[in-house]
Design a protein around this ligand. Structure first.
Ligand code: S3P
Length: 425
């Protein structure tokens, strides 16, 4: 696919798609609660449709009336044994969180993904679930999917997380809600807290004291109305595009600003970006973001901020190629086990366009500013790499050709239409 280049700045207003993490969880919480859950502004992208398909296969009534998603909750006790292998598609969030639910059920199940997901590590989830009494087995005794789960009675654990991962934490929390006793999780670094927030929203009790989370088993959750805010991880592409492209003046409506997700705002502001937050919606943790073009300077990104911007690092790396100075990203080894190895994919593809990025064991060193030129690039089947490359292509004089652009449908099916509505071609 030939990508568009920008002949003007990005102007106007855009409502970015709904948050992927919250959309997944809205289906999961709806299913395990009693009564009806209505989800407003659900993200109808491939990953979240995988979550809907999995819960339908577990006997949950889920209806899309074109506006809202309505879920008739079964509670933990009335999910049904699936007839076939559950299919998580490309979605790590679906597979890992669902494992935490399946582990405590009374039936046998098997869950698989696509080629990319079937290569992603699952021991990080299976290990703690086994300590709780769960019975989970990867393909041929490995940690890789398909995963077979023999439903078991679970007991609470005290677990110190070896990595910062909201997916692992959430799987343990879903298991903990079904377990005997009280589970305590010590987080290594604070990762996105949507599961903790939604346990409260659905009427459950959970204590969060900095990085210590405590939750009792045997709780009954109650169906709710959920409004999903815009996804800051999708907004990220526009935040960077509008910062880099001259004469931009853009408004992004109702973007989620949960503090466990806003690392990109902190980093871009530190780099000199002109971003303002207005129209705060406290209840849904959202705001409008106003972005104008700015000169960016290099920065260092490491430590506790990494989980707060882990999915945004490819697009931040692009911003760094246009910033004055050398940007260093450290402590981001988790990027290697995402939909693709995002350290290698980011460096390899941007370097094809003239960037100067060195990869390291746990991040990247990015020399800026470097003018980008045309070429042929590859999404690696990774939605975030694909979108980052389209933003890079806006900056080049000569055309950029993107292979496998359809990967973008995983999180943002209308990406090209939305982006093209903001620029003069
Ligand atoms: C997610 C957690 C993160 C993130 C992913 C979504 C979630 O993964 O990269 O896109 O919704 O919990 P890890 O938990 O592996 O860091």
């Amino acid at each position: 696919m030939k990508l568009l280049k920008a002949k003007s700045g990005l102007t106007g207003a855009l409502t970015v798609p709904a948050d992927k993490s919250i959309s997944h969880r809205s289906i999961m919480f709806g299913a395990i609660s009693q009564g009806k859950t209505t989800v407003h502004n659900f993200l109808r992208a491939e990953d979240c449709m995988s979550t809907i398909a999995v819960f339908k296969a577990l006997g949950v009534d889920i209806c899309d009336d074109g506006k809202e998603i309505i879920i008739e909750g079964k509670g933990f006790d009335h999910l049904q044994a699936p007839q076939n292998i559950l299919d998580a598609g490309n979605s790590g969030t679906t597979m890992r969180l669902v494992l935490g639910i399946l582990a405590g059920q009374s039936f046998h199940s098997k869950i698989a993904g696509d080629a990319s997901l079937n290569r992603r590590p699952m021991e990080r989830v299976m290990g703690p679930l086994r300590t709780m009494g769960g019975s989970l087995q990867g393909k041929d005794g490995s940690e890789y999917p398909p995963i077979e789960v023999e439903g078991s009675e679970l007991s609470a654990i005290t677990y110190e997380m070896p990595i910062a991962s909201a997916q692992v934490k959430s799987a343990i929390l879903f298991a903990a809600l079904q377990a005997k006793g009280t589970t305590t999780i010590f987080e290594k670094e604070k990762s996105r807290n949507h599961t903790e927030e939604m346990i409260k929203q659905f009427g459950g009790e959970i204590t969060v004291d900095d990085k210590t989370i405590t939750v009792a088993g045997g709780q009954q959750l109650i169906g709710q109305e959920v409004t999903v805010p815009g996804d800051i991880s999708s907004a990220a592409f526009y935040l960077v595009a509008a910062s880099l492209i001259p004469n931009s003046n853009l408004q992004l409506n109702h973007v989620g600003i949960n503090p466990t997700r806003t690392g990109i705002l902190d980093v871009l502001k530190e780099m000199g970006a002109d971003i303002q937050q207005v129209a705060l919606d406290k209840q849904n943790q959202a705001a409008d973001l106003l972005i104008k073009t700015a000169d960016l300077k290099a920065t260092e990104i490491s430590g506790e901020i990494i989980p707060r911007l882990i999915d945004e690092l490819p697009i931040i790396a692009l911003a760094a190629t246009q910033a004055e100075g050398t940007t260093v990203i450290r402590d981001a080894q988790e990027l290697k086990v995402k939909e693709t190895n995002r350290i290698d994919a980011t460096a390899q593809e941007l370097n094809k366009l003239g960037a100067k990025i060195e990869t390291t064991e746990d991040g990247m060193i990015i020399h800026g500013p470097t003018p980008l030129h045309g070429g042929s690039v590859e999404s690696h089947g990774d939605h975030r790499i694909g979108m980052m490359l389209q933003i890079a292509a806006l900056l080049t004089k000569d055309p950029v050709e993107l292979n496998n652009p359809e990967a973008i449908n995983i999180s943002y099916p209308n990406f090209f239409t939305d982006l093209y509505s903001l620029i003069e071609a």
